[in-house]
Structure formats: C-alpha cells, structure tokens
Write a new protein. Structure first.
Length: 300
C-alpha cells in the first residue's frame, strides 16, 4: 500500500532536484523568481485544499497561525537566498551547503530547546563543518568580499533560514499542510511585492518563459501536491532516505549539463556534508518527523 505514496514522494524529490538547473534558465533574479513561485503555489495548493474538502474541515488555532506566519517569513527568504546562491555559484556547491540545514537544526535546537546532543549528533556537526570548509576552500587570504561574491554567504543563509523554519514549525499539529503552505506562500506574495522589479519580466525569451512556467507550476505546484499527498502514508525513515534524491539529481544535472567539474577536495567535502546529514537524521522522532515534513515546504 506504500508503493504509490513512495512513487509520488520519489517523483516530487526528483523533480525538485532539477530546480537549480531550471532557475538558471529563467533569466530572473532571485526575488522575482520566488515571487512567481509564491503565486503559483498559492493558486495551485489553494485549489487542492478546496477540491480535497480539507478546507471545510480545517481547525484554526490562533497560536498556530502566528507560528505559521513567522515560519512563512523565514521560508520566503530561505527561497530568496537559495536562488541568489544559484545565481552566483555552482548548483552542486550551493545545494551541498544548503543541506547543512538538518545539522543546523540539531545545533540551534540544542541551544533553544536545551536538547542534549548525542555523540552521533556531535559527530555529524563536526563532519559537516569539515566538509563545508573543504567545499568552500577557505584560506587565510580569503576576504569577506570574496566570500560574498562567490555566493557562499547566500547558501549558508538559505540553510540557516531553513533551519529556523523547521524549528519554528515544531508543534504545528492542527492546521493542515495545504492550509499552512497556502498561508505562507500568500504571505510571501505580500512580502515580496515591494522588492519585485517587474521590468525583469520584459525582454525574456520563449525558453526563459518555459523555465519560469516549469519552476512555478511543476517545481512548486505539482511537487508540493505530490509531496503532501504522500507524506501522511510514509514512515519517517523512508521520507528521510528519499530526501537524498533531491541533491543527487541536482548534482547530476549540474555535472552533465552545465559542465561543472568539482575538484577532488570539493568531492570530499560533498561526501562529508551528506554523510554528516545522514547521521543527523538519526534523531529522536520529534525532531526527525518535523524535519522531514518541513523539507517539502522549503525548499520544495
């Protein structure tokens, strides 16, 4: 009975893995691209919300709405920073740094919620830290300006904001996934309007519009639908394993189609980051379930 949900989850993660490749092809800056995503997600998921009948059964909780709105702010800027990183650096490097988020959840969560770090958790943090240094290639002569212009800061900020989104989303139980994402993406539209340069949409080619449409409808609307529709039927261990399809596809496309060739040191850094991420997913159920459920709403 889990075969169809697993297929849906696998398809959603595989499609999302190509978002970095498509975002480059859109020709849009990060704010404008996220604005398009928010509009598409709001329209698509609100339709799913109504057609599924969930909107009539919705249980609204004031405390949760405040949490959802706060999560929405972090989520929107998480997307902006991620696409900004894609603009300035290799998708492979950006997506690898971005996947430090689960480890940041452990680190920040241990401080905020006073959750004791296990030996395995501490090991995962050390492994990911070493991997990040290797993939970034920081040395004594690296200036802040060089870090900023390379896109590394944006990728780290994206990971940090995703971690905040995950931690802030802990405890949301009454609001459905459709309603939660609708509120967050609708909020995103309102937040981004002052920052959007609508002139960016002029002069785009047909290929640009194809990529924009795919990013909005397929990578956002369809992916969210498949993800949320399969989430409730799958155990956390399977969700956590399928999460790795996303970066796997991203790195494969970056290598095959954009010509990116990581150095041996960068490959070692990538391996260490994802090894550390694998360790970080071996957490108590409360953290792990929250992390897995928020994954699709990210960054999907």
């Amino acid at each position: 009975m889990k075969a169809i949900p697993m297929l849906k989850m696998s398809i959603s993660m595989t499609i999302f893995g190509s978002i970095g490749f498509f975002s480059i092809k859109t020709g849009l800056p990060s704010f404008e691209l996220v604005f398009v995503r928010c509009i598409c997600a709001t329209l698509f998921l609100s339709l799913c919300w109504v057609l599924s009948g969930q909107s009539k059964k919705e249980k609204w909780n004031k405390r949760e709405i405040v949490q959802i709105v706060a999560c929405g702010i972090f989520l929107v800027f998480n997307w902006v920073f991620l696409f900004k990183a894609f603009e300035m650096m290799s998708v492979t490097v950006a997506i690898s740094i971005y996947h430090l988020a689960p480890v940041l959840v452990l680190l920040i969560g241990s401080v905020i919620f006073k959750e004791k770090l296990t030996v395995l958790s501490f090991l995962s943090i050390i492994i990911c830290f070493i991997g990040t240094l290797l993939i970034i290639g920081i040395n004594n002569n690296t200036s802040f300006h060089e870090l900023l212009s390379s896109g590394i800061i944006w990728a780290l900020l994206a990971a940090l904001f995703y971690a905040f989104t995950t931690l802030l989303g802990k405890g949301i139980k009454h609001t459905s996934a459709y309603a939660m994402t609708f509120l967050q993406t609708f909020l995103g539209i309102i937040i981004l309007i002052p920052f959007v340069d609508f002139d960016s949409f002029t002069g785009l080619t047909q290929n640009n519009w194809i990529a924009i449409t795919a990013t909005g409808l397929v990578h956002t609307g369809l992916v969210y639908y498949l993800f949320f529709d399969s989430l409730r039927y799958l155990p956390t261990k399977i969700i956590s394993a399928l999460v790795f399809l996303d970066p796997g596809v991203a790195i494969l496309l970056d290598t095959l189609f954009t010509g990116f060739r990581p150095t041996f040191i960068q490959i070692l850094g990538i391996v260490l980051i994802f090894s550390g991420m694998a360790f970080s997913l071996k957490k108590p159920k409360t953290i792990q379930v929250e992390l897995s459920e928020n994954y699709g709403a990210k960054n999907a």
